[in-house]
Design a protein around this ligand. Structure first.
Ligand SMILES: [Zn+2]
Length: 242
């Protein structure tokens, strides 16, 4: 049983009442969370690095760290903290918006947040962190035609593999939008595993293309972080969806 943590932005949270204020974790709070994991003997790892532990092929105390959307503030603020602790993590990139802002959210959030540039994505990868795909346009995957699904999945994968000169194994469903055909399309596109947003600790018997995660939000103080991540108290009602 392994926690796969889901973060979005690591920065100064926007003003009270702002849309998705909850999805921005203060860098100090994030640092304290990572230091707590370290003190308790855990290592933060990328999704691909964590998979052998989830499958029972390796033993050890690991927590899988994932960041959705590829925000520049994750590169600027989370990366140094992770590096100082010897942790890695996975960042899921929206490939048609590299170096742009989170356009899919603007109609609601009105607050553009910069996304990583090609150079930053390359550096993230070269420093031992993982890059995964989050589609080309942050689409609701289950609502697309098979042709569009294929394009969103394969074109984003090819783009990243060309940029990095390395295979891309990991996928993340935008909005956690998932159904059986979408899972099949992700498999067919050549991804080795994928994460969604249904809640829970990941189990060995879970579908590897529909892994649950633990969402860490701005307001989670350290005790709550500990409880959500390292205890099963929050996961009593765990439902296996897929
Ligand atoms: Zn997203």
């Amino acid at each position: 049983m392994i926690p796969i943590l889901m973060y979005h932005q690591i920065g100064i949270p926007p003003a009270r009442g702002s849309y998705l204020r909850g999805a921005t974790v203060h860098p100090r709070r994030f640092a304290n969370q990572m230091i707590l994991l370290k003190r308790l003997g855990y290592r933060g790892v990328s999704l691909t690095e964590g998979m052998p532990y989830l499958r029972g092929e390796k033993q050890g105390k690991v927590v899988i760290l994932t960041f959705d959307d590829g925000y520049e503030n994750v590169f600027e603020n989370a990366r140094p903290i992770l590096k100082s602790l010897g942790f890695t993590a996975t960042n899921f990139i929206v490939t048609d918006l590299v170096g742009d802002v989170n356009r899919w959210m603007l109609p609601k959030s009105k607050l553009p947040a910069p996304l990583m540039t090609e150079d930053q994505i390359r550096q993230w990868h070269d420093e031992g962190f993982e890059i995964g795909s989050h589609t080309c346009n942050h689409v609701y995957l289950s609502q697309q035609s098979p042709e569009v699904q294929h394009d969103e999945l394969v074109r984003s994968k090819n783009y990243l593999e060309q940029l990095l000169g390395a295979p891309v194994a990991s996928f993340c469903y935008p909005y956690g939008d998932i159904d059986a055909p979408a899972i099949e399309a992700v498999k067919q596109a050549g991804y080795q595993w994928a994460v969604a947003t249904h809640k829970g600790l990941a189990l060995t018997e879970d579908n590897m293309w529909a892994l649950p995660r633990v969402s860490i939000i701005r307001s989670n103080h350290l005790l709550r972080f500990y409880q959500k991540t390292l205890t099963q108290l929050s996961h009593k009602a765990r439902t296996v969806y897929w």
